[in-house]
Structures are given as structure tokens and as C-alpha cells.
Design a protein around this ligand. Structure first.
Ligand code: ACM
Length: 261
């Protein structure tokens, strides 16, 4: 399976500009699974609930249509972040889309910083989706610091984790090595770059998007300050083997009776 990420600097509030930037970066690229950053079409440093509401979408609208379009061009399934609106609730969400439409949506479980002012916490158990018979799960950015997120997906049989991000803390890319190693799963962390200075907020995003192998290897890595697209070919069935040595298995050796989580 060919996995890839798109790293760029979204312009706040300019969906069409951001769609154009992504389409330009993807020119000529073919893959099976492509991951775009968290909130890739809207930007991140919201200053009011009205702003978040005005950039939100009911699934099926403009961002979904754009993602279907690039899925068609790249022959890939796309995972990308967006603001999902359902009734009066707004979610920091990611959707999985192919040329035929939306396959699934994940609502971020662990909101970071002021996201708590704007979004409703994710309210659904993370699901497993099948892409070309590979089991894929989604998580978003700060979910990395809660090992339960990756573990839940891995215990459900996920082989590849799509991880749209707007990372600002310096540790996530390193942490993803551990997340992949402790679960024997692959992960595609698609981060953004650039700085958003709005109101009292001043965020610098760390780039360094990364594809991490199921033994903790870094298979692809982007710089911290450049638009970047990269793909790599993996064998997802490697993630089915949870053994560490003939005596240890990451799942069989778990001591559930002694954990209080
Ligand atoms: C983050 O969760 N966007 C840091």
C-alpha cells in the first residue's frame, strides 16, 4: 500500500486558496492513502464561536467535494481534517473520502488548548475502515499524547493510523515512534507548517510530517518549514505480527487484570 502525506501552510479562513494549494502539491501523484493536516482548509487560530461556525460544514459540502475531486485525480483515499457541524455542535473532525464519497468520520477525542472553547469533544468510539482490504483508523493531532487512542485502534485491528495534525508541541513526532512500536502499527502524521498570529494567539506549527513504521522506523520525514509531499510503499500485513520475540507478544502479554485505566 502506498501511503503519503501533504504538508503545507493553510491560509486562515481561505478555503478555496487552501484547496488550490493542496491540488497543486498533489499534481502527478498517485497513492492508495493520502493524509492532509488537521483543519487543512480553515486554519486553526479561531477568535470567536461565530468564526468557527462560519467555517464549519455539514458532511457532503465543499470540503468533502474537494476531497472527492483530489481522490479521483490521485486514485487515493484521502483523510483530512475539517470542522464538522451537526445541529448546534461543532467538532474538530477528520473525514475519510474516496472518489465515490465519504467513507467515515472521526471526531477528535482529546481537544487541545483553546479548542475546548470552540469544539464539542468527540463522542464516538474510533472506528476501523477498510481501504483496499487494509484496516485504517483515524486520530487527530493531540490524541498522540493519550496512548489509549492508538491502543484502542490497534486492539480493533487497525494496521495503519491516519493522523492529521496541527502540531505545536515539540514531542509528537518522537512520540509517534513509541505509539507505533508499542502497537506494531504504521502511522501517517500529516502536519502543517507556518505561523498563525491572530488576536492573543501566536502558533508556530512544527511541520516534520512523518510516516512511521510498525517497528518504530521513520519511513518518510518532512522538514519543519517547507511545503512537502511524500509517499512510501509499505506492507501493511507486517502490522499483524505483534510478537517481540518468541516469548513476548504485545497483545497476548497484556495484564488486563492489573490495569486500572
Ligand atoms: C493540536 O492538537 N492541534 C495541537
Amino acid at each position: 500500500m502506498v501511503l503519503g502525506f501533504v504538508q503545507f501552510a493553510p491560509v486562515f479562513g481561505e478555503k478555496q486558496k487552501n484547496f488550490n494549494a493542496v491540488e497543486e502539491l498533489l499534481k502527478g501523484l498517485n497513492a492508495d492513502l493520502l493524509v492532509l493536516p488537521e483543519l487543512f482548509a480553515t486554519g486553526y487560530a479561531f477568535q470567536s464561536q461565530e468564526e468557527v461556525l462560519s467555517l464549519s460544514e455539514v458532511p457532503g459540502k465543499e470540503t468533502s467535494l474537494f476531497l472527492r475531486h483530489i481522490a479521483g485525480i490521485s486514485h487515493a483515499t484521502i483523510v483530512a481534517g475539517f470542522i464538522e457541524r451537526e445541529n448546534s455542535s461543532l467538532y474538530n473532525a477528520a473525514m475519510m473520502v474516496d472518489a465515490a464519497g465519504i467513507i467515515g468520520i472521526y471526531r477528535k477525542l482529546h481537544l487541545f488548548n483553546k479548542e475546548k472553547l470552540w469544539f464539542t469533544q468527540g463522542d464516538r468510539v474510533p472506528e476501523v475502515f477498510s481501504v483496499k482490504r487494509v484496516k485504517i483508523g483515524m486520530m487527530i493531532c493531540f490524541d498522540w499524547i493519550f496512548p489509549e487512542t492508538c491502543r484502542t485502534l490497534a486492539l480493533k485491528g487497525v494496521q495503519v493510523i491516519a493522523h492529521p495534525s496541527n502540531l505545536v508541541l515539540p514531542w509528537a513526532q518522537q512520540a509517534m515512534i513509541t505509539r507505533c512500536l508499542e502497537n506494531h502499527v504504521f502511522a501517517v502524521t500529516a502536519n502543517r507548517i507556518g505561523r498563525e498570529k491572530r488576536g492573543a494567539d501566536d502558533f508556530t506549527f512544527t511541520g516534520q510530517s512523518q510516516i512511521t513504521g510498525c517497528k518504530g522506523e521513520i519511513l518518510a520525514y518532512a522538514p519543519d518549514d517547507k511545503d512537502w509531499v511524500q509517499i512510501t510503499d509499505i506492507n501493511p500485513t507486517e502490522a499483524n505480527d505483534k510478537s517481540v520475540n518468541p516469548y513476548n507478544d504485545l497483545f497476548i502479554d497484556r495484564r488486563n487484570n492489573f490495569y486500572k485505566l
